[in-house]
Design a protein around this ligand. Structure first.
Ligand code: MIC
Ligand code: SF4
Length: 645
């Protein structure tokens, strides 16, 4: 039987286990990336491991999330990260160099290699034929220390692309179509592998837009073959030596197959408050728009911003629209500056933001109250933009630019404009001067620790029994943005006690007070959730902060991959209702007891949960490998690693 591309790359990287879909494997990681918002905690944990130098082929530390610097916290973190990079053999990408995923694709991503990143959109690099996976910072720290990365050997779904995109329809519409088909839940443990003649019509940055938002479906990664188009892209980045041809065997067998005819796609839009809430743009055309934001790791490439600049050439931004453009990288920005496209954007009324995450993470450009914002990024979760009452819609750069002109949601095909054909340059502008290489004299580097840098919090081993309270009961599709907000709160990433005050802020600002009171009274906190708990980001603070507040278990109908792994890493049990109907019986405030939890987990048994308030009991189960069980019982990965020394 032929092999999928996923199987080929994973098999050459197997460190633990056998390639059997559904079973846990450990793989060797060739490259890592971190960004500042997850990076500080990741490197604090790396330091705790006592390894003198990273053991990967390439590790890059990007500063792209918290670049606002409205206070000392962000710059303190940046300086810490810079000194850590210098000391431990890591390349430091300075603030201003661009968004990690865009820059990594341009300068480091290599077909056939593995990349682990402390950011959920790390699969962007799958566009170049790389197995690129998002994970919590602690997993990335372990990979930098040379340890394998553990994952469930994936089930590979083939997405066969045929035909060719029509004018005004672009890569974003392809991934929105994929989201329409697969939704944002139920895809854990799978990967998307793109095949077919349609692949040959897509450039690497377009492929990267598609792999980027596979994260929204919850797949472990998405991957394209590495072909002549990949070679051209690498050549244009002066990295042709990094090219290798890669494709699945023609008779490879897939877990599931889906076909998408690119020729039939139309402009699509993800409506509030989920990237899976897909409509055709023409269905809601005419809705007035207050803000248009173009950028983010999904749609900020040279091609994306060139098409916007050409569409807006000689036009003016509609007076009711605030129009923001954040180029994905300094390479993109400089090229736009040199070829005059930047001037076209500025002339049209664009507010040019830094090459950073910016609006996407809600640390700037919040819309007005009840405002309608059209954005090219990948997530529109409630409150993520910084304004809880705002409605955020996700679209392609073409649809976004159309609204800049008309002030309304507009299908770009309905504009009376010639379609600008954008060709990728034969040579991108290469300027690596905003990367700082590691120090040749690491022993002389002193790590800078400003007052914002704390210690990674410690946890106790799992108690014999959990005796606690349902501190909160939430519904389906709770994202990590619900669990711990980013935006203006993100500056506390290195200060866990302070950041913990914002757990569940967007749905229940009193949560942290109840949790603290329970903890002080010697009670454990328990979270009850619905389907697909922990969607979205890789931020391990969605586990660390609850851990700090004394949460010992989350009982949900199902979990998303990265968050479930983060819960285990920080010693919180991710327990699954055996019978989903039991979710309906349990209420916030119920007193809960889980007797002999250690014993039950050790023996791999289903667990009985006693609801003392209701005088009932129900059964929960869990998806944990033997290794994860040990980690959980030890109270998290750091304790587990210390016990193995
Ligand atoms: C996001 O898009 O939500 C983030 C901010 O990039 C996160 C990482 C973080 O919270 O720092 C992610 O996607 O993992
Ligand atoms: Fe940054 Fe947004 Fe991409 Fe996250 S999704 S890495 S915040 S641009």
């Amino acid at each position: 039987m032929g092999r999928t591309l996923t199987q080929k790359i994973l098999e050459t990287h197997l460190a633990v286990g056998k390639y059997v879909p559904g079973k846990e494997i450990g793989i060797k990681i060739d490259q890592t990336l971190t960004q500042d918002a997850t990076g500080t905690m990741c490197y604090l944990q790396f330091e705790a491991m006592g390894i003198p130098k990273v053991k990967t082929e390439i590790s890059v530390s990007y500063v792209d999330h918290n670049t606002i610097q409205a206070g000392f916290e962000n710059p303190d973190d940046h300086k810490y990260l810079q000194t850590i990079a210098a000391k431990y053999g890591i390349i430091y990408s300075r603030a201003g160099n661009g968004i990690c995923h865009q820059v990594h694709l341009e300068r480091f991503a290599k077909p056939g290699k593995t990349l682990l990143g402390s950011d959920s959109h790390t699969p962007t690099a799958g566009g170049i034929g790389m197995v690129a996976i998002g994970a919590g910072g602690l997993d990335v720290a372990v990979a930098m220390a040379g340890g394998p990365f553990y994952l469930t050997c994936p089930r590979v779904i083939r997405i066969n692309l045929t035909g060719q995109l029509q004018p005004w329809v672009s890569a974003k519409d392809v991934i929105l179509k994929v989201l329409e088909i697969f939704g944002t839940k139920g895809n854990v443990g799978c990967v998307f592998e793109y095949t077919g003649d349609g692949v040959k019509t897509l450039t690497v940055p377009e492929r990267a837009t598609i792999t980027n938002m596979g994260a929204e479906c919850g797949v472990t990664f998405s991957i394209f073959p590495s072909d002549e188009i990949t070679r051209e892209f690498l050549k244009a980045q002066a990295r042709e030596v990094d090219w290798v041809p890669l494709e699945p065997d023609p008779d490879a067998e897939y877990y599931k197959e889906v076909e998408i005819n690119l020729s039939e796609l139309v402009p699509l839009i993800a409506c509030p408050h989920s990237p899976g809430n897909i409509k055709r743009v023409e269905e809601i055309a005419g809705l007035p728009v207050d803000q248009v934001c173009i950028g983010s790791c999904t749609n900020s490439s040279y091609r994306d911003l060139m098409i916007v600049a050409e569409m807006l050439d000689g036009k003016r931004c509609h007076p009711d629209v605030s129009f923001v453009v954040a180029p994905g990288s300094r390479q993109v920005l400089r090229m736009l500056a040199q070829n005059g496209a930047l001037d076209k954007l500025i002339a049209a009324g664009a507010r040019i933001a830094e090459c950073a995450c910016g609006f996407c993470i809600g640390n700037s450009q919040a819309p007005r109250s009840n405002g309608i914002s059209l954005r090219t990024n990948n997530r529109n979760f409630l409150g993520r933009c910084g304004t809880k009452s705002a409605q955020v819609y996700l679209v392609s750069p073409e649809t976004a630019a159309a609204a800049v002109i008309t002030g309304k949601i507009t299908d770009p095909r309905s504009l009376d404009l010639p379609y600008p054909e954008i060709k990728l340059p034969e040579q991108f502008l290469i300027d690596d001067s905003m990367f700082i290489p590691p120090s040749p004299e690491p022993e002389r580097i002193e790590i800078y620790r400003g007052p914002n840098i704390g210690e990674p919090p410690k946890n106790e081993p799992m108690p014999e029994k959990i005796d606690g309270v349902v501190t909160i009961k939430v519904g389906d599709e709770i994202t990590t943005d619900h669990i711990i907000p980013a935006g203006s709160r993100m500056k506390y990433r290195s200060n866990v006690p302070k950041y913990s005050e914002f757990v569940f802020e967007v749905i229940d600002p009193e949560f942290h007070k109840r949790a603290r009171a329970n903890k002080e009274a010697g009670k454990h906190n328990i979270i009850v959730g619905g389907l697909s708990y922990g969607q979205g980001s890789s931020r391990e603070h969605a586990a660390i902060c609850p851990m700090y507040l004394g949460v010992k278990a989350v009982i949900a109908k199902s979990f998303e991959r990265i968050h479930a792994a983060n819960l285990v890493n920080f010693g919180i049990a991710p327990l699954i209702f055996k019978n989903e109907a039991d979710y309906d019986e349990i209420e916030q405030g119920d007193e809960i007891e889980i007797p002999d939890i250690r014993e039950q987990i050790k023996e791999g048994k289903d667990i009985t949960v006693i609801n003392k308030t209701k005088n009932t009991s129900f059964t929960v189960t869990y998806n944990l490998s033997e290794r994860q069980k040990e980690i959980l019982l030890a109270g998290g990965t750091l304790n587990y690693m210390a016990s193995k020394k």
